[in-house]
Design a protein around this ligand. Sequence first.
Ligand code: AMP
Length: 359
Amino acid sequence: MVDSKKPRISRILSEYDLDNITIATVCSHSSLQIFNGAKREGFKTLGICVGKVKRFYEAFPLGKPDKFFIVNSYDEILDRTDELIGENTIIIPHGSFVEYLGAENFLKLGLPTFGNREVLLWESDRKKEREWLEGAGLEMPREIKNPLEINKPVIVKYYGAKGGKGFFIAKNYEEFKKKIDKSRSYTIQEFVIGTRYYLHYFYSPIVEEGYKLDIGGSLQFLSVDRRDETNIDEAHRLGSISELEEVGIPPTFVVTGNIPIVLRESLLPKVFEMGEAVVKKSFELFDGIIGPFCLETVVTDELTFKVFEISARIVAGTNPYISGSPYADLIEPQLSTGRRIAREIKIAKEKGLLEKILS
Ligand code: AMP
C-alpha cells in the first residue's frame, strides 16, 4: 500500500460506521456494473457526476446509484472529501475515474480507495510496466530500439497516449520516417498478429479458497473480452489499411465497445500461470496488486500469449458480464467483477481486514 497515505486512510476508516458503508465511483466507464454489484451485496451507492446527473441512469434502475454527488470539476472532489467521509465512502477506481481526476490527484485523494493505488506508478510508466511483466516471465511484444531495424510491421506508441489516436503502424523504416513526429517521445513495438484477448482477473489477499497462491490469497479468472476499436476493426470494409492510408485515413484504435469471448479450454493453464506470476511479482516490486486487473494480450498462431499491457483495476471489458460470465458462472452464478469487488469489501469488513484491501 502507499505508505504515506496508510495512516491517513486508517484514521479515516477508524471513524467510519462500517455498517453503513457507501460504495462510490465516477458515473462513467463501468459504473452501472459497480453500482449494480454493490447494491446486490447490500451496500449504499453514490455516483459522482460532473455538472449534472446523467439522465440515462433513469433507464437502468438496477444500475442507478442511490444518490448523486454533483461537482463542477473533478478537482472539486478533492476539496469535498469531508462530505464523502461523512457518508462512510469507499471509492472504486476505474479507468475513466483515474484519467479524469488525473494520476497525481488520484494518488493523493484522501478517501479509502479499493485496491493498492501504488500500482498506478508501475502501470503508467511503460518501462516499469515492462520490468514488472517481463520480470514475471510474461512474453511481451519485442521492442525495437533502432528504427532502421524495422523489417516487420510495428506499432509506434507515443508516450502518454493511451490507444486511441496516439499510435501508428509502420511496415518498414521509410514508412516510419514519413509518419514519426520526432518532437514526441515514443516506443516502437512489434505489431503482433493474432487474436486479441483481454483477460479479466481478480486477486484477493484475504480469501483462501479456490485457486490459492503460495504467497497467500487466491486468484479468480472472471471473464474475457475483445475490444471493438474504430476505425481499425472495420477498416477492411473499404479495402486494406494501406489503401485507406493512401487516401488520408490512418488507422485508429479508439475503443467503442466490448465483445464477449470464451477461450479454447487448453489455454486456461497458461492464463492462470500468467495471472499468478503477475500477482507474485507485484508483491516483490511494490506491495502488490489487489482486486481486479486485466492482461491485454494477443494470442499468436503458435498459441503464445503476448502481453502488451496491464490495467490494474476494473476494465470496461467486464461490462458484458453484469449477470455473470461462462467462467464466473462456474464460481458463483450472477457474479460480475463489480459484484466481486463489493463482495471483497464485505468479506474484509467481516474479518476486520479492510485495511488490507484499501489504500
Ligand atoms: P493500448 O493503448 O496499449 O491498450 O493499445 C491500444 C490498442 O492497440 C490495443 O487494444 C490493440 O488493438 C493495439 N495494440 C497495442 N499494442 C499492440 C501490439 N504490440 N501488437 C498489435 N496490436 C497492438
